[in-house]
Design a protein around this ligand. Structure first.
Ligand code: HEC
Length: 147
């Protein structure tokens, strides 16, 4: 009788722990899908004007084609993640720091670390200047339908 009760208590405890763990896991997953941080790198703030700067977005699209498209598509994963919606799930500063400083980002920024765990390939710096990274960001904003 006593033993049965102990086993019962142990089972309830185990169940409780499993549920608590699952809840924790879900929460950290949600954080990864929506990053509110600015990341680690040279960019601490970006000025975003209303509307799209079409000239910048065009140059950004060309840069993306030349330097990024081997690993990224908009709507599906290639080597790196699909980039659709990236401007709504990350801050502009975070995106530019990821472009300019990908190795340190995947080492120290929790969201970038998770991406590396998922994609198992290290994104490398593609020799873009900060100005060029800003153009690529404008291209992403346009693709995401920013007004
Ligand atoms: C060698 C392949 C490769 C190249 C080239 C590359 N990336 Fe990446 N990128 C990745 C991988 C893989 C990740 C996920 C993080 C990691 O594993 O390093 C990533 C992550 C990203 C992210 C974060 C996406 C998200 O969901 O938050 C952005 C933004 C990004 N890359 C933009 C670019 C841009 C812009 C270029 C071109 C200047 C570029 N990448 C070039 C492989 C690449």
């Amino acid at each position: 009788m006593m033993n049965r009760m102990k086993i019962g208590t142990a089972l309830v405890t185990a169940l409780f722990l499993a549920v608590a763990l699952a809840a924790c896991k879900k929460q950290s997953g949600d954080n990864a899908s929506n990053d509110s941080g600015t990341g680690i790198g040279p960019v601490s703030s970006v000025q975003i004007a209303a509307g799209i700067d079409e000239g910048m977005a065009k140059k950004g699209a060309d840069l993306f084609e030349a330097k990024c498209s081997a690993c990224h598509k908009w709507e599906e994963k290639v080597v790196g993640p699909a980039l659709q919606g990236v401007t709504t799930r990350r801050k502009p500063e975070w995106i530019m720091n990821m472009i300019l400083n990908p190795v340190e980002m995947t080492q120290k920024d929790p969201t970038a670390q998770k991406l590396l765990e998922e994609h198992l390939t290290q994104m490398t710096f593609q020799n873009v200047t900060q100005e060029e990274a800003r153009m690529i960001l404008e291209h992403f904003r346009k693709k995401d339908g920013a007004k």
